[in-house]
Design a protein around this ligand. Structure first.
Ligand SMILES: [Zn+2]
Ligand SMILES: [Zn+2]
Length: 387
């Protein structure tokens, strides 16, 4: 049988508690086979060109997120091995008989796609709120993902890409870029002062987009100095170095509150994007946002949170937004346009500043080893795997 390499986690062979990282394993090459599986009529086989590594993958690497989703979904599938990864760009190499008819996608097309496989039947799907579908699987978490040379996914998830408008390495990040577009579409940012807590890749994309959408002051907050330098070169007006909070701290950071007061003439920011996830960061978000302002929560961590002075959320009249995934495909349309418009500089900055023109940030799959991979994840906010 023909096999390909994939980056995986196995509940039996690796074990959540006693391992970390991803294990490279040989797996059978997936096939579109309608005789065996009638649903393959609407599935495609994709040869992956680049796959993005994101915060979710780091979280799984360190066994901090998605324990339940991974284990429960594998149990349902009666399997123990999950292929990880959910951000990709690649070429369609085989397609079920209904794919072109229903989705206009053909063999040979270059595609990226949404990582959430939605059911299409539930209430939310029917009212076009697929991002909160009641019966969805997420690539690389509750369905097999994209860290492999070939993947099989439903054609309805695909988004066609044109490399003359968006280079392949950047198109591989349409999914996380879309998270930032979705987060920024929750509030009208024109003329607003904005804080971004957590300058990982999606926080960085949010800086670029907040400026493009008209925010007049963007304040980037992170405990990591190189991230803040990058935030400034992407266009943040101010940066605040956050003292690294103890692991399970639940309190807001006084020094941060004071720094925000200074930058906002004692008003607090109009909008806070929480893109990091720790309990303390959520409390920071509530503390630094002005009365009547908006808090957009995107960062995610497992476990129970403590919210001291929770009544302040009400007393301050805050509006809190939870953001998951992307609106399919309204967000994708906006993402494509924001990246294709060469004049706004967003694509160029992502390529030059975030991806460092690929220097040291792209790992060929055949050179994968856990030590090297971990070193790259530590060194760069965003890395890609070249399949
Ligand atoms: Zn991601
Ligand atoms: Zn649904």
């Amino acid at each position: 049988m023909k096999t390909i390499s994939a980056l995986t986690f196995d509940t039996k062979l690796d074990g959540w508690e006693k391992s970390r990282g991803f294990v490279k394993r040989e797996i059978p090459i997936p096939m579109v086979d309608e005789k065996k599986n009638p649903r393959d009529a609407v599935a495609v086989l994709i040869q992956v060109q680049y796959a993005g590594v994101c915060g979710t993958d780091r979280g799984i690497w360190n066994r901090q997120v998605f324990y339940e989703l991974i284990h429960e979904s594998l149990k349902r599938e009666k399997k123990t091995r999950r292929i990880l990864g959910h951000e990709f760009v690649g070429k369609v190499t085989a397609a079920g008989s209904q794919v072109e008819n229903l989705y206009g996608v053909k063999v040979g097309d270059d595609v990226s796609g949404d990582s959430h496989i939605t059911c299409g039947r539930c209430f939310q799907c029917r009212v076009r709120e697929d991002e909160v579908c009641q019966d969805q699987a997420i690539l690389g978490i509750s369905a097999d993902g994209v860290f492999a040379k070939y993947i099989k996914i439903p054609a309805k998830n695909l988004w066609q890409v044109d490399f003359s408008r968006i280079r392949a390495e950047v198109a591989a990040m349409l999914d996380p870029f879309g998270n930032a577009v979705h987060a920024c579409s929750k509030v009208d940012l024109r003329g607003k002062r904005v804080a971004i807590l957590g300058c990982g890749p999606i926080g960085m994309f949010t800086i670029l987009l907040a400026r493009a959408f008209g925010a007049v002051k963007v304040i980037a907050v992170d405990p990591n100095k190189p991230n803040l330098r990058m935030a400034r070169s992407l266009g943040a007006h101010e940066t605040i170095l956050l003292a690294r909070p103890p692991a399970h701290a639940a309190y807001a950071d006084k020094a941060l509150e004071e720094a925000i007061e200074k930058f906002t003439y004692k008003k607090g920011v109009d909008v806070t994007f929480e893109m990091a996830g720790p309990n303390s960061s959520v409390n920071n978000a509530f503390a630094i946002t002005r009365g009547g302002g908006h808090v957009v929560l995107f960062g995610l961590k497992d476990g129970d949170f403590v919210l001291p002075h929770f009544n302040r959320v009400i007393l301050k009249g805050l509006t809190v937004h939870g953001v998951i995934g992307r609106q399919i495909f309204a967000t994708w349309q906006t993402s494509q346009r924001m990246l294709s418009d060469k004049k706004n500089g967003i694509q160029d900055k992502i390529w030059r500043i975030v991806l460092k023109e690929g220097k040291g940030t792209i790992l060929p799959m055949n050179l994968y080893n856990p030590e090297k991979f971990e070193e790259m994840m530590k060194k760069y906010p965003k890395i890609l795997i070249k399949m």
